[in-house]
Ligand binder design. Structure first.
Ligand code: APR
Length: 242
């Protein structure tokens, strides 16, 4: 990409949090290798056995809140870029961890929800949550047990913020995917939407994914993300000094 971008959409997946110590989904020892998706990440699984689902998310929440889990250099580079880039910017994450926020990102949407939030099935109110919950935990709105579910988008459910995301994809001239295997729709199709609108598309990932981006940069996110974003900021600085 020779020209300086004016509008950027970044999509992140589990790979950007891997070096922070959070396992990805589809690695050989990943989350889905140890937990049947149908049981813990579908509305049917929750209806069949909510306790298994509560325990699955309680365990992931406890891990996220443990002191050794912190944002890494890739999260920090994205937060720094957001504040220094002079064009439009939107960070769309598939991740439910809060590492982007903790690194300082603000122009951010969680399209698959957030681990540190719960939702009341009755009132649909969304609450922050840090402690374990189970079927007997009362929601603050109805004051009755059994109403709370993780504020996470499960398979078969519509992701959040899709109107905002599609508007950003249709007007961006640079789309960057970081640390995602491109296995789950609609996120896996975002680069094609951007491409149709003549955006330049770049994939920064540890492994090949078979997606046909304009450019692929392979390596750990903590190395390739800072380097790639800095190259854009350098071009922005050079243009300013012409
Ligand atoms: N740096 C960069 N990329 C990495 C790193 C790393 N250190 N480690 C792993 N990766 C890459 C892997 O090569 C893989 O392509 O991150 C990707 C992780 O892929 P998945 O485990 O499939 O995770 P993701 O793409 O985020 O899954 C998307 O699927 O199950 C649903 O809701 C879940 O949001 C998730 C969605």
């Amino acid at each position: 990409m020779d020209s300086l971008p004016t509008s950027i959409v970044v999509l992140t997946g589990a790979g950007i949090s891997a070096e922070s110590g959070i396992e990805t989904f589809r690695a050989s020892d990943g989350l889905w290798a140890n937990h049947p998706v149908e049981e813990v990440a579908t509305p049917e699984g929750f209806a069949a056995n909510p306790q298994i689902v509560y325990q699955f998310y309680n365990q992931r929440r406890r891990q996220l809140l443990s002191p050794e889990i912190r944002p890494n250099a890739a999260h920090s580079a994205l937060a720094k870029f957001e504040h220094e880039f002079e064009g439009d910017f939107l960070l769309v994450t598939q991740n439910v961890d809060n590492l982007h926020e903790r690194a300082g990102s603000r122009k951010l949407v969680h399209m698959h929800g957030e681990l540190l939030k719960m939702r009341c099935l009755n009132s649909r109110l969304v609450y922050d949550i840090a402690e374990d919950i189970d079927f007997d935990t009362e929601c603050k709105c109805c004051r009755s047990p059994g109403n709370l579910r993780p504020h996470i988008v499960w398979f078969g459910e519509m992701p959040f913020h899709m109107n905002q995301i599609n508007r950003a994809l249709e007007s961006c001239d640079l789309f960057i995917a970081i640390g995602t295997s491109g296995n789950v729709y609609p996120a896996s199709g975002f680069y094609q939407t951007a491409k149709i609108r003549r955006a330049y598309t770049v994939e920064l990932n540890l492994d090949r994914t078979g997606s046909s981006f304009d450019q692929h940069v392979y390596g750990p996110a903590t190395e390739v993300v800072p380097a790639f974003l800095d190259s854009i900021l350098q071009r922005q600085g050079q243009r300013a000094h012409r």
